[in-house]
Design a protein around this ligand. Sequence first.
Ligand SMILES: Cc1cc2nc3c(=O)[nH]c(=O)nc-3n(C[C@H](O)[C@H](O)[C@H](O)COP(=O)(O)OP(=O)(O)OC[C@H]3O[C@@H](n4cnc5c(N)ncnc54)[C@H](O)[C@@H]3O)c2cc1C
Length: 720
Amino acid sequence: MKARFSYKSRFLLSKPFIFSFPMSSLDIVDFSNNYFSATMHNTTAKNNCFDYVFIGLGASNCLILLSIIKNNIMVDKKIAIIDSNNKKDNDKTYCFWIDNGADMHQDLKHLISYTYEFAKIDNGIAQNISTQPYYCIKSIDLYNAVLQQIAQNNIPFIISTVDQIEEIAPHYKLITNTDTFFANQIFDSRPPSLNLTKKSDIFLHQSFYGLHIKLINNKLPVDVFNMMNFDVEQNEYTQFVYTLPYAENEALVEFTRFGVDKMDINYGKKILHQYIQQNYGNYEVIAEEIGCIPMTTIHTEKSPFKGIIHTGARANLIKPSTGYGFKNMYNFAERITHSLKKNPTNTLHQLHLNSKFRFKLYDHLLLIILFKWPYWGKTIFQSLFKNQSVKTVFLFLDEKTNLLDEIKIFAKLPILPFIKALVIYMSQFISKNQLITVLLCSFYLMLQSFIPQFATLFGNSTMIIGMLLIGLPHGAVDHLLMKNPSFKLIDFLIKYVLIMCVYFVLWQILPGLSLFIFIIYAAFHFGESELEEMNTVIAPYIHLIASFLIGIAILLFIIFTHLNESIGVITNINGLYFVKNYTLFLNAYQLPIIIVAASIYLLLFVYLKKINSFLLIILLIGIKMPLLFSFGAYFIGQHSAVAWKHISSKLNIQHWALFKKAMPFTIGAVLVFMFIVYSANYLQPAPLEQFYPHFFIFLACISLPHIILMHSFYKKYHYN
Ligand SMILES: Cc1cc2nc3c(=O)[nH]c(=O)nc-3n(C[C@H](O)[C@H](O)[C@H](O)COP(=O)(O)OP(=O)(O)OC[C@H]3O[C@@H](n4cnc5c(N)ncnc54)[C@H](O)[C@@H]3O)c2cc1C
């Protein structure tokens, strides 16, 4: 790699901002391609313009620089490296495991200080890992190697802190504490700001206090490293000691904590001293290593700018559950050079290392456990290594195992904390009531397959309890929805009951029209609460249309996935028997209508850019259940629960208080229903199923005034 200016010395680092070449030589920089013409008004600006600027000379950018130099790309490009630190200290030890002879091993072997062909966990026997040894590179050796290479390639190393990057399309302006620079493309390895914005995010520290020691009396096997020794107090965290022998009488021994709180250095010193004394006897300290790696589910977004490429920790390359990232950074560097070779003006900023969803999930679950129940850490890691070989664990951490391997691994771990963590993880996508609904439906389906005689009993009882706990109460607080100073409960009730009665009479006279009206307003009402739940801000008229479309899609989906049952219920309603004549016709259109309903629903999600995954799950599970339970699961588990939540939060009334306020009207509704069933049974005794039509009409009647009130309620709170 050659730049078009001369480079004199690579360590002119005493001043805060130093170009490592004489300024006069910059005048020969050729800007014949005329880039930056907008910003380059004087020589100084010209001197500070680069094709590529690397912010940070840490692990990630070092590996990228080594890779591009090795591959002879970016030749004739003007490159600069800016770091706030002069990189003269051995601040880290980078360890990783890799197949013997793999490219990474070949490329970095000149930097490797130590190789371990045996790994020990706790006080177990040393396992042979010679096909995939564990290697250590001292960070200073990496920095020096890169500094040497960039010196040979005339790349300036600027000691300065980048405070801000501004886009001056199509270039970027880097404002540092000492100067301003311009770049075409930036490789940015500044540590990301990890802010907990999502409730579900976890942030832990992997903090450690390490000592490079010389043993006075004892000796160590030099090719065995101890990855995790838990013979230290846990103190409500996950704590262990990691030992890397450097020589028979020399080692790096680190006391590590996974925890919400960083380790206090004095505490670390004390525990480590006790551990070393107990295990290795007297010692001398050669050096200290103190560090902290974030273990987090917080995902740093890719750079939105074409010319800014996030690297290292900023590119999410550190594995959340282990803190290892060096190997990922090597692979990322290879991807970058590969991409640059193919097309230098490509979309490098979009590059990322793929991690399969299930591995992200495992990491997340472990972090939840370490966050919520840190005392589980020791047991989990010990049983992991007790039941699996180190090689298998390495493979798993490299995300190269298959699902079957992973099932075998998890089967031998304590399952309880993982189940609890999974429930917590799921609760970010679905609420408690949604989870309960899914569990109840799954349980019903299980009963249906194995003990069908109990399934209907379970389904009916669950429906009754659900209706009493949430289905009816969500409509029994209507009197609270539109309260104003002139509100009189008695007037309200009279109007409410009057609407119900008129509609009930209509059902008796014109059942077909009543059914049609019911489907239209129920669809609108269901859709309205779904939209509210999605918290979408759209124009009022689109809101009306979208509400109706979502609701009709839900209803059609439920009805047509249970077509014959639906026809059965409808034809049992007095005056609607004629619908039976259309059975063949409706059956012919069953599949297309299901597809249309599902498509309307999915297209609306695409349009609104939001998806309600629980709704999809519940509708799909419902296919396997009878109509009543399928509708009940949606009506109670989703619709009523969601509406209840809206009422409770918008009126600022706690659930229990709201439930108590709903109680008189819930009881009233139950009494009315019992009266209808009793009268119908008195007139014409029949089995329970025969009452479904009555239940249906009853629901339709009490829904009409409720829907009118809920619409005004949503309108009031949504747009005001
Ligand atoms: C103590 C420690 C030990 C680790 N050990 C291992 C290990 O054994 N194996 C493993 O796989 N991973 C390990 N990691 C995790 C990970 O590999 C390292 O954190 C790695 O250094 C991350 O690389 P990076 O390039 O993202 O950041 P860094 O290596 O930290 O580099 C960032 C660079 O940017 C510079 N910088 C920051 N802000 C600015 C600014 N505003 N302007 C200019 N320059 C700036 C810094 O001075 C630094 O040189 C370890 C991490 C730590 C902290």
